[in-house]
Write a protein that binds this ligand. Structure first.
Ligand code: GTP
Ligand code: MG
Ligand code: ZN
Length: 291
């Protein structure tokens, strides 16, 4: 038996990469009977039937399982934000960051389309997220800025690209490895959004080692089920401070003796981040009422 990783599923077949070999695997035997769900990213044991086809015999335990994109065993998420066309959506960025923190994924934030803005603006958001402790990159596929540094982050890991439509996720992967030839789209001038050029989920093997999945962009994303008291754990700069709050159940809104509010007033917690925290907090509270 060989160990491999499911890199794509397509009309009833799963394609399993084992070493440099791609096996076409059908669903047979006990897995078909159980109608077991397979996910791209699953590590599997396969039994070859001939020199190109094999049967999946066993799925190894998953370390995690993302819903969007539906990929298992993800180690890292690359969040792409475009600096212009479309403008950065920091609310969506903070929302994705909460999800990534909740799933304990490594994060790299790519500020893309650097070629479209001036130097001062290039570092405006980036310096904020770097100060919070995130790995950040400035990228441009036009000037190839940051592309090799991103490849260094991707090497040897299973990563997914994520972010709104039209920010350049597919373009960046094409720049990293031109052989991928992913479809890219025009950003509609009217809505300033991309057109969801990317559809299927597939893990692409990198020549440098590792796998990366391109994903279609999105603009809406639901939060996971988090208790309202816990939301600030997923904002690292607030998580550090919250032990200093007078009440352990502090939501950092209007409570007396709140260390987060004090830090915000001093400017050491960013106002925009705090506002996004409060917005997401209210969303969680509304959701709790619905249950
Ligand atoms: N100027 C500039 N344009 C870029 C850059 N990266 C991507 N683009 C353009 O932005 C548009 C959208 O790029 P895509 O790579 O299709 O974006 P995407 O994030 O994959 O979009 P979806 O697949 O719809 O989610 C294309 O016209 C790209 O040529 C960049 O660094 N600079
Ligand atoms: Mg795309
Ligand atoms: Zn507080």
């Amino acid at each position: 038996m060989l160990e491999g990783i499911i890199v794509k599923g397509y009309s009833g077949f799963y394609y399993v990469q084992s070493g440099s070999f791609l096996w076409e695997c059908s669903l047979r035997g006990k897995y078909r009977i159980k109608d077991q769900d397979f996910l791209v990213g699953d590590r599997v044991l396969i039994k070859p039937l001939n020199d190109s086809k094999a049967v999946i015999e066993k799925v190894l335990t998953r370390t995690n399982q993302l819903i969007r994109p539906p990929v298992a065993n993800v180690e890292q998420v690359v969040i792409v934000v475009s600096l212009a066309n479309p403008d950065p959506d920091l609310m969506l960025l903070d929302r994705i960051l909460v999800l990534a923190e909740h799933q304990e994924l490594k994060v790299v934030i790519c500020f893309n389309k650097a070629d479209l803005v001036d130097e001062e603006y290039q570092d405006k958001h980036r310096s904020l997220y770097e100060s919070i402790g995130y790995d950040t990159l400035l990228t441009s596929v036009k000037t190839m800025t940051g592309i090799s540094r991103l490849l260094d982050y991707l090497k040897g890991k299973i990563s997914v690209m994520t972010g709104p439509s039209g920010v350049g996720k597919s373009s960046i992967l094409n720049a990293i490895q031109p052989g991928l030839a992913l479809k890219t789209g025009r950003v509609s001038q009217k809505t300033k959004r991309g057109r969801h050029t990317t559809r299927h989920v597939e893990l692409m093997g990198l020549e440098a080692g590792g796998f990366v999945a391109d994903t279609p962009g999105f603009s809406r994303l639901d939060l996971p089920e988090i208790k309202k008291e816990d939301l600030s754990y997923f904002f690292p700069e607030m998580a550090e401070l919250k032990t200093g709050c007078r009440f352990t159940s502090c939501l950092h809104q209007t409570e007396p003796g709140c260390a987060v509010l004090a830090a915000k007033d001093k400017g050491s917690v960013d106002m925009g981040r705090y506002e996004n925290y409060s917005y997401l907090l209210n969303e969680l509270i509304r959701n709790e009422r619905r249950y």
